[in-house]
Design a protein around this ligand. Structure first.
Ligand code: ADP
Ligand code: ZN
Ligand code: ZN
Length: 748
C-alpha cells in the first residue's frame, strides 16, 4: 500500500434524522484501519451530541475543513445500497422540492429496510446422479418409505427443491433429510428466496400479437430509435386513446435491452393496469422487476435487491419506481404522463417526471413520455424545444372513435329537478341495456360539495382576483377564496339569472347508485370508487364481474376512467362534466379536459362504435367544449393563454407554505410570521398571498393555513428562500408544523 492510501480520510455525512437543525453535511474522520474504505453512499454509525446515530456518506476528502473532527464508530455496510448517482440525485431533489436532504435520501433507499430482512430458504440438491437416486429409493423403500420419497422427488426434479415444500409433499422430518445427507446422497444449501409478487396480478387474458405497425406508428418508431441511439431530447408521444402507444414503448424497450441497457416503465397506478403487467411479462420473460405500494414489504424489499443486483433489466412500477437502483439506464417510459399520481402529495413531496428527467440526463438515456392529453408543463416544454412531440392521430385498425353528445342540464332542470338523469341519457341507457350491451356512468364526487351553483343557469361564484371558485362554509355562513383572503356572503338569488335555485349542490356516487337502481331495477349495477376499493383485491373483483358481463352498469369516480378495456361497453354517461371545474384549483380546467377525454376513450374499445353522453351545467366552458370536439390543441392553447395571463405554473413558480396546528390561532400566527419573513425576500414582480385558510381547513384535528409565494425565479433564489423558511421553522415550537410544496398539483 502506498503512503497516501494509508492516510486517514475525512467524510461528509448527512445525519439520518428529519430536522432543520441538522440538515447540512457534518464532517468526521475515518481512521485508517477501520474495516472498510469509505465510499459515497455508504451508511455509517457516528457519535452525535451525546449519543450515536446513523448517517449517510455524501462526500470524501483528504483534509478536514474543521478542527477536532470526531471519528466514525463503524461502517454499517460493505456494499453501499446507495450509489453515488443516488446521493447526487437526492441532493438535487432536496433543493428543487425544498426537502431536507435526509428525506430525499430516504426516497432512494431500499423499501422497508428496517422491517424486513432477506429471506433464506433451505434447498436440497442431489449429490449423485439420477440413476443412483432411483435405485437407492427402491432399495430403502420397505423400511424407510419417507426417505425413499425424498429421493424419488429429487430424481424427478432437474434442479434443487425447496425443503419446506419437499417436507410437506413427503411428510418426512428433518432427521430423514439429514440421514440422507449423511450418506452422501444429497446436499443442503441455504439460498436467498424471493417473495414474488407476480402470482396475484395476472389477469389471465391472452393478448394478440403480430400485427403490422400502422404508418403513423412506424414513423414514430423511427424517431424514437434515432433518439435512443443519440438522445439529447425527451420525446412526448401524443397519441389519442387506442392509437397503439404501448406497442411503441415495448419496441423501444426491446432496442434498449439489445444495447445492453435497462429501462424503467412507469404507469400511474399498478392496480389499474393488470393487462399491462401480463403483456410486459409475456414480452420480456424473466426480465421484469416490479416496484409499487401494492406489494407487501417483503416483496418490495426482494424486488429492490433483485434490481440492484442486476437480475432484471426492466422495472415496472408506479411513482416510486423512478428511484429503482438500475445502474445502466437507457430508457425511461412514463405512460399517461399527465396523471396526478406521479406527484407525491405527502412529504417528501416530489414529481416523478422531474426525477425521470434528471436520471435520463445523468445516464444519457431517453425519457419517453406518453399521453392522449399531455400536461401543460410538457406541452410548454415542447414549445421550448426540450421535448420533441410525436403525434398519433388515428386509432389502430378496428377501433373507432365514439360519438360524443352534450346535454345542457340547465334546460333539463325545469322538467326533472330531482333526477340525475337527463331525458336523453335515460333513454340511451334503456336502449343500450335492451341491446344487451354495457354502460359506464361516471361521476367525480369531489368538487360540487362546497360550491355555490345555480342549477338554472350554471353560474358558479368565483373569486374576482384569483379566478378560482369560492368555497362555501356554513359556520358562520360565508364564501371564501382559498388563494387570497377574499370573503363574501352567499347569494340568495343568482346574480346572473335571478333564480332562487342557487345553493350548495351535493351529489355523490352512492346517491347516484340509488337512483340508477330505482330507474333500472332489472339491471345489475356495481359501483367502484375509493370507498369500495380500499381493500386489496376488491378492485380486481369488480373489474372481473363487469368484464365477464355479470353486471351491465358500472358506476364510478375517476378511477374507472383509466386503463381498462371493456369491449362490451357501448355507452358512457358523464353525469356532471363540470364537477371538477369548480374545485378551488387553478388546474381545474385542465383536469376536466383530461378526465372527459379519458372517459370518452372508454367507449367503443370493442368492435361496435361507442357513444358518450356528457351532462353539464356549463357547455360553453372551453375545457368542456374542447373535450367534446376531441380537440387537444384547441384546449391547450386556451389553457396556456389563461395560465400565462393569470400567472400560474408552468409560467411562474408557486411555493405553497402550509402551517398547521391543533389550535387555529397558532396555525394562523405561524403563517403570519412566515409571511412576514418571506415578505422581506420578495423581489420586484413577485407576489405573496395569504395567509388564508386552506380549502380543506381542518384535517385530522389540525387547522391549516396557507401562504402562497409566486415568482418567476423561485429556483434561482432557492438558497435564500430555503434558509428563510428553515430558520423560521427551527424557531417554532413543536406544536406547529410547516410544510413546503413546490409547484403542487392540488391545492386542497
Ligand atoms: P393507447 O395508445 O391508448 O395506449 P394501446 O397501446 O392500448 O393504445 O393499443 C390499443 C390496442 O391496439 C391494443 O390492444 C394493441 O395491442 C392494439 N394495437 C396496437 N398497434 C396495433 C396495430 N398496428 N394494429 C392492430 N392493433 C394494434
Ligand atoms: Zn342562475
Ligand atoms: Zn382570491
Amino acid at each position: 500500500m502506498t503512503e497516501r492510501e494509508q492516510a486517514d480520510r475525512y467524510i461528509q455525512v448527512i445525519i439520518d434524522r428529519v430536522s432543520d437543525a441538522v440538515d447540512r453535511p457534518f464532517q468526521y474522520r475515518m481512521p485508517r484501519g477501520l474495516c472498510a474504505a469509505p465510499q459515497v453512499g455508504m451508511q455509517v454509525l457516528v457519535p452525535f451530541r451525546s449519543g450515536k446515530i446513523n448517517a449517510f456518506v455524501v462526500g470524501i476528502q483528504r483534509e478536514p475543513d474543521v478542527q477536532d473532527t470526531k471519528d466514525v464508530l463503524c461502517v454499517l455496510e460493505h456494499e453501499p445500497a446507495l450509489s453515488p448517482e443516488m446521493i447526487a440525485l437526492s441532493y438535487w431533489l432536496s433543493r428543487r422540492f425544498f426537502l431536507r436532504w435526509s428525506e430525499a435520501i430516504h426516497l432512494c433507499l431500499p423499501p422497508a429496510r428496517n422491517k424486513v430482512k432477506k429471506k433464506f430458504v433451505e434447498r436440497v440438491f442431489p449429490a449423485v446422479d439420477q440413476e443412483t437416486l432411483r435405485e437407492e429409493a427402491v432399495r430403502i423403500k420397505p423400511r424407510a418409505s419417507r426417505q425413499a420419497l425424498i429421493l424419488e422427488f429429487l430424481a424427478a426434479a432437474r434442479e434443487g427443491l425447496d425443503w419446506p415444500g419437499l417436507r410437506q409433499k413427503t411428510g418426512a422430518d428433518r432427521r430423514s433429510l439429514l440421514a440422507l445427507r449423511e450418506r452422501g446422497l444429497l446436499e443442503i444449501r441455504s439460498q436467498s428466496a424471493e417473495r414474488s409478487p407476480w402470482a396475484r396480478d395476472l389477469d389471465g387474458t391472452k393478448h394478440e400479437a403480430g400485427f403490422r405497425l400502422t404508418e403513423e406508428q412506424q414513423r414514430a418508431l423511427e424517431k424514437i430509435e434515432q433518439a435512443l441511439d443519440h438522445s439529447s431530447q425527451d420525446i412526448l408521444l401524443h397519441g389519442i386513446t387506442g392509437s397503439g402507444k404501448t406497442e411503441l414503448y415495448f419496441l423501444a424497450m426491446e432496442r434498449v435491452l439489445r444495447q445492453g441497457k435497462q429501462a424503467i416503465f412507469l404507469v400511474p397506478e399498478i392496480a389499474l393496469t393488470p393487462h399491462m403487467i401480463t403483456l410486459l411479462r409475456e414480452r420480456f420473460p424473466g426480465q421484469v422487476g416490479m416496484l409499487h405500494s401494492g406489494l407487501t414489504p417483503g416483496e418490495r424489499f426482494d424486488q429492490w435487491w433483485k434490481i440492484k443486483e442486476r437480475k432484471v433489466n426492466i422495472v415496472l412500477g408506479s411513482r416510486s419506481a423512478i428511484f429503482a437502483p438500475l445502474g445502466a439506464l437507457g430508457l425511461i417510459v412514463m405512460d399517461e404522463e399527465h396523471e396526478n399520481t406521479y406527484r407525491q402529495d405527502d412529504s417528501p413531496r416530489y414529481h416523478a417526471r422531474d426525477v425521470a428527467r434528471w436520471r435520463a440526463r445523468h445516464h444519457g438515456a431517453l425519457l419517453l413520455l406518453g399521453s392522449a392529453t399531455p400536461s401543460l408543463e410538457t406541452y410548454a416544454e415542447s414549445l421550448r424545444g426540450t421535448v420533441k412531440m410525436l403525434k398519433l392521430r388515428e386509432r389502430v385498425p378496428g377501433r373507432f372513435l365514439p360519438s360524443v353528445e352534450v346535454v345542457d342540464m340547465r334546460q333539463e332542470f325545469g322538467a326533472r329537478p330531482r333526477s340525475v338523469f337527463s331525458q336523453r341519457l335515460y333513454e340511451s341507457v334503456k336502449q343500450t341495456l335492451a341491446a344487451g350491451e354495457q354502460v359506464i356512468l361516471f361521476l367525480n364526487r369531489r368538487g360540487f360539495a362546497g360550491v355555490e351553483l345555480c342549477r338554472r343557469c350554471g353560474f358558479v361564484v368565483e373569486c374576482p382576483y384569483c379566478s378560482v371558485s369560492l368555497t362555501y362554509h356554513s359556520f358562520p355562513e360565508h364564501l371564501q377564496c382559498h388563494y387570497c383572503t377574499f370573503k363574501r356572503e352567499p347569494y340568495r338569488e343568482c346574480p346572473r339569472c335571478r333564480s332562487l335555485s342557487i345553493g350548495n349542490f351535493g351529489l355523490g356516487t352512492q346517491k347516484l347508485e340509488k337512483q340508477v337502481k330505482e330507474a333500472f331495477p332489472q339491471a345489475g349495477v356495481i359501483r367502484l370508487d375509493s370507498d369500495v376499493t380500499s381493500a386489496r383485491g376488491v378492485h380486481e373483483k369488480v373489474w372481473r364481474t363487469f368484464k365477464e358481463n355479470q353486471a351491465s352498469i358500472l358506476i364510478g369516480t375517476q378511477m374507472i376512467a383509466k386503463g381498462h378495456d371493456f369491449p362490451g361497453v357501448t355507452l358512457v354517461g358523464v353525469i356532471a362534466a363540470d364537477i371538477n371545474l369548480h374545485l378551488p384549483d387553478f388546474r381545474a380546467g385542465e383536469k376536466t379536459f383530461q378526465l372527459l377525454t379519458q372517459v370518452s376513450g372508454r367507449a367503443g374499445r370493442g368492435e361496435k362504435r361507442g357513444k358518450v353522453i356528457v351532462q353539464t351545467f356549463s357547455p360553453e366552458h372551453y375545457s368542456i367544449r374542447a373535450a367534446l370536439d376531441q380537440d387537444y390543441s384547441q384546449f391547450i392553447r386556451e389553457e396556456a393563454r389563461r395560465r400565462r395571463l393569470l400567472h400560474y405554473p408552468p409560467y411562474t413558480d408557486l411555493l405553497i407554505l402550509g402551517c398547521s396546528a391543533r389550535q387555529e390561532e397558532k396555525a394562523l400566527a405561524a403563517a403570519e410570521g412566515l409571511s412576514l419573513q418571506l415578505a422581506g425576500r420578495l423581489a420586484e414582480g413577485e407576489e405573496l398571498l395569504g395567509p388564508s385558510p386552506a380549502p380543506i381547513k381542518r384535517v385530522k384535528g389540525f387547522y391549516r393555513y396557507h401562504v402562497l409565494y409566486k415568482g418567476d425565479h423561485v429556483q434561482a433564489k432557492n438558497q435564500l428562500l430555503r434558509e428563510t423558511i428553515w430558520n423560521y421553522r427551527r424557531g417554532l415550537t413543536g406544536e406547529v408544523r410547516v410544510t413546503v410544496d413546490f409547484n403542487p398539483l392540488m391545492m386542497l
